[in-house]
Design a protein around this ligand. Structure first.
Ligand SMILES: [Cu+2]
Length: 163
């Protein structure tokens, strides 16, 4: 009886082993179904933002206003460049701030395959590149901002279409 069981289970185990390496950074643009029925659209409770150039949000504790523009347009699967124009609660440009951009995919519990480098462009503008969203689905990107003696964060949540 045990032997019969092993024979029956063996093909199932092989199949599992083949599907197991899910969620490795797939930038190939090819078919990508290693998540099975998980479409990656779980937001982890966050509300999805509707992108437009200069999309404006207030940070969690109200210290900063952030206007986001993504190049080449609405955030795409793969590499994006984000320009963040940040003002403080009095409307002054945030000069010399520190900005950290961290993409996260809540449905799969993983981040980006790249680290976005943030450059201070002056006048309250910060350029983050590459903002790599390597899979289709929902991405919740945390932007931590420090400056003018304050620290705060804002989330931008986008639904990334299959290329
Ligand atoms: Cu994923």
């Amino acid at each position: 009886m045990i032997r019969l069981h092993s024979l029956l289970l063996a093909p199932a185990l092989v199949a599992l082993a083949l599907v197991a390496p899910a969620c490795a950074g797939d930038d190939s643009g090819g078919t990508h179904d290693t998540h099975g029925t998980d479409t990656g659209t779980d937001t982890g409770g966050a509300e999805v933002d509707t992108y437009s150039d200069g999309l404006m949000k207030t940070s969690a504790n109200g210290h900063f206003m952030i206007a986001l523009t993504s190049d080449p347009g609405p955030p795409v699967k793969g590499d994006n460049t984000w320009t963040l124009v940040i003002t403080d609660h009095e409307g002054a440009d945030l000069e010399g701030g520190t900005v950290v951009v961290t993409p996260w995919m809540p449905a799969h519990g993983h981040g980006s395959t790249n680290t976005a480098v943030v450059s201070d462009m002056g006048g309250g503008a910060y350029e983050a590149t590459p903002v790599t969203l390597q899979m289709a689905g929902t991405w919740d990107t945390t932007i931590e901002i420090s400056g003018n003696g304050m620290t705060d964060e804002v989330h931008f949540v986008f639904e990334i279409p299959e290329a």
